[in-house]
Design a protein around this ligand. Structure first.
Ligand code: 9MR
Length: 357
C-alpha cells in the first residue's frame, strides 16, 4: 500500500511539473523583433558611428508593416537589392523609371536611413537594348555616360555611396570581359568613376566584388584599386560583398589581413552584401544556427576592429525575402527568420556591437 501511494505521489508531481512546463511553453510569447526594445542594432551602431544595414526589396516595403518596422528599427543604411540596377532604372534607351527607387529613398529619408546605390556598370542586369545593340565604342561610352549622369544626377545629394563598377575581376585574376570592357576598354572603370564624381561630388565611390580573402581574384581586385588610386581616379572605398561560404571565403583572419592593405592605400572597406547560408555547417539545426551566429559575429568584429571599415550591410534581413530562398543547398542565410524572429545570429551581432561600445 505504501509503495502504491508513493508511486501515485510521484505521478502527481510529474503531472504537475509537465503541465506547468507545457503551459509556460504554450503561452510563451514568440520572441519579438527587438526594434521595440530600448537598444536595437541600429541604436548600438549609431552610438559608435557605425553603419549597419540591409539590402531591401520594394514589394514587402510597400505591403508588409512588419518588414517596415524591423527595417526602420534595426538599420541605419540600406541598399535597394535590385532596383538601382541598370535594366530597372533605364529600360529603354530614351526612358528612365525612377518610381520604385524614389519611394525607397523617401522611406529612407523619413526614417533617417542612408541609401547606397548598386550598381552603375555591371555585366549583369543589363537591358536587351544595351546587350543586343551592337554599339560602337563611342556609342557605348555615350550610353554609360548618359546613364551615370542621369541616374546619379537624379539622386544627387541623396545617395551616401555608389557602387560604380560591380564585379570587375574574374576568379583567375584577370579583368572581367564585360560588354563595357570589351567595347570601351579597361578605361571604362576610370571613366565611370569620373562621371559619377562629376554627377555627385559628395557621394562615396566604390568598386565592389567578392574578393575578400587572399587569392588570385582578391590580389587582382587589390591591384586594380591601387592602380586607380595611382592614376588619380576618384575612388573612396572598395566593397567586400561577403556571401560567406558561398561566393566568398569564410575565413575572418584572411579578410582582416586584406582590409589592412587597403588601409595602407587610404581606402575604406565596406561590407556590402553579407549573408551566411546555414547548410555549410555540420550538426543539428541548432548547431548550424550557432555556427552561423559565430560567423556573423566574427566578421562584424573584423570590421569593427579595422581602422578603415565602418559599414556592414547584409543582403537582406529576413530569410523570408532572401535571394537564396528556393535555392537547393543554400538557405536561411540572414539574421531574422521567416517570421521576423531574431535568430542567434542577431543576438551575436547585438552582443558584439554592445560589447564594443
Ligand atoms: O539578390 C539579387 C537577385 O535578386 C537578382 O536576381 C540577382 C541578379 O540581378 O542579383 C542578386 O544580387 C547579386 C548582387 O546584385 C551582386 N552580387 C551577388 C548578388 C547575389 O547574386
Amino acid at each position: 500500500m505504501k509503495l502504491r501511494s508513493f508511486i501515485a505521489y510521484i505521478l502527481v508531481i510529474v503531472a504537475i511539473v509537465w503541465s506547468i512546463s507545457s503551459t509556460s511553453f504554450a503561452t510563451k510569447p514568440p520572441p519579438q523583433p527587438t526594434n521595440s526594445a530600448a537598444e536595437s542594432l541600429r541604436l548600438l551602431a549609431t552610438k559608435r558611428d557605425f553603419l549597419i544595414g540591409t539590402a531591401i526589396k520594394p514589394q514587402p516595403l510597400q505591403d508588409d508593416p512588419t518588414y517596415r518596422e524591423v527595417l526602420a528599427g534595426e538599420f541605419n543604411i540600406i541598399i535597394p537589392e535590385n532596383h538601382t540596377k541598370f535594366w530597372r532604372l533605364h529600360p529603354e534607351r530614351d526612358r528612365y523609371d525612377f518610381t520604385q527607387v524614389d519611394a525607397i529613398v523617401q522611406f529612407a529619408q523619413e526614417h533617417d536611413i542612408k541609401v547606397m546605390g548598386h550598381a552603375l556598370a555591371w555585366f549583369h542586369a543589363l537591358p536587351r537594348w544595351v546587350v543586343e545593340g551592337n554599339f560602337s565604342r563611342e556609342e557605348l561610352m555615350e550610353i554609360l555616360h548618359d546613364h551615370i549622369q542621369t541616374v546619379v544626377g537624379h539622386y544627387r545629394g541623396q545617395i551616401y555611396a555608389w557602387d560604380v563598377v560591380n564585379e570587375p575581376v574574374e576568379a583567375n585574376g584577370s579583368l572581367r570581359e564585360t560588354i563595357w570592357y570589351k567595347t570601351i576598354g579597361p578605361e571604362y572603370i576610370d571613366l565611370a568613376l569620373r562621371w559619377t564624381r562629376e554627377a555627385d561630388p559628395e557621394t562615396l565611390l566604390y568598386i565592389n566584388d567578392y574578393a575578400e580573402g587572399l587569392n588570385a581574384k582578391s590580389q587582382s581586385f587589390y591591384n586594380l584599386a591601387k592602380e586607380l588610386r595611382q592614376r588619380g581616379a576618384p575612388l573612396d572605398a572598395v566593397g567586400f560583398q561577403s556571401h560567406l561560404g558561398f561566393l566568398s571565403t569564410n575565413n575572418p583572419e584572411e579578410v582582416a589581413e586584406n582590409m589592412k592593405r587597403y588601409a595602407e592605400l587610404g581606402l575604406d572597406v565596406m561590407i556590402t552584401e553579407m549573408d551566411i547560408p546555414i547548410n555549410q555547417f555540420k550538426g543539428t539545426p541548432e548547431q548550424q544556427l550557432e555556427a552561423q551566429a559565430k560567423m556573423y559575429r566574427d566578421f562584424l568584429k573584423v570590421c569593427l576592429d579595422a581602422s578603415n571599415c565602418n559599414t556592414l550591410v547584409m543582403w537582406g534581413f529576413t530569410d523570408r525575402h532572401s535571394w537564396m530562398t528556393g535555392f537547393t543547398g543554400s538557405k536561411d542565410p540572414l539574421i531574422f527568420d521567416n517570421f521576423y524572429h531574431p535568430k542567434p545570429a542577431y543576438h551575436a551581432m547585438w552582443e558584439e556591437l554592445k560589447g564594443s561600445e
